[in-house]
Design a protein around this ligand. Structure first.
Ligand SMILES: [Zn+2]
Length: 116
C-alpha cells in the first residue's frame, strides 16, 4: 500500500518535473536589436554633442524633416539654426527641406518636443 502510494507520488512528481522542464520559459529575449541599436546610437550621438545642444537634441529626439528617423542613427545629428532656434536633423541632406519652410520646420520641432 505504502509502496504503491510512493510510486504514484514519484510518478506524478516525475511527470510534473518533465512538464515543468518542457514549459520552463526560455530566457526572455533581449529588446529587439533594431530598437536597442537606435537607442544606443541616439545616446552615443547625444553624448558627442556640445553640452549646450544636448538638452534640445534629447527633447527633439527625431529629425525635424524625417520624423521617423531617430537622431544619431545616420551619424552625428546635423544642427541648423532656423529663425534663431536650434533644429536637429538626421543628416545634412535634410537641411534644404528644413529651410524650405522654416515655420513648418519649427512647428515640427515643437511637436516632436511635445511628444513623449
Ligand atoms: Zn536626414
Amino acid at each position: 500500500m505504502r509502496f504503491e502510494l510512493l510510486c504514484v507520488v514519484a510518478l506524478s512528481l516525475g511527470t510534473c518535473f518533465v512538464i515543468g522542464c518542457v514549459e520552463k520559459p526560455a530566457p526572455a529575449p533581449a529588446t529587439p536589436a533594431a530598437m536597442s541599436t537606435d537607442d544606443a546610437k541616439f545616446s552615443a550621438a547625444i553624448a558627442k554633442l556640445p553640452e549646450e545642444d544636448r538638452a534640445a537634441a534629447t527633447a527633439q529626439k527625431y529629425c525635424a524633416v524625417e520624423d521617423k528617423s531617430r537622431l544619431g542613427t545616420m551619424g552625428m545629428p546635423h544642427k541648423i539654426m532656423v529663425e534663431g532656434q536650434p533644429v536637429f536633423l538626421c543628416c545634412a541632406g535634410c537641411e534644404d527641406e528644413a529651410r524650405k519652410d522654416p515655420q513648418a520646420t519649427l512647428a515640427k520641432v515643437e511637436k516632436l518636443k511635445a511628444a513623449k
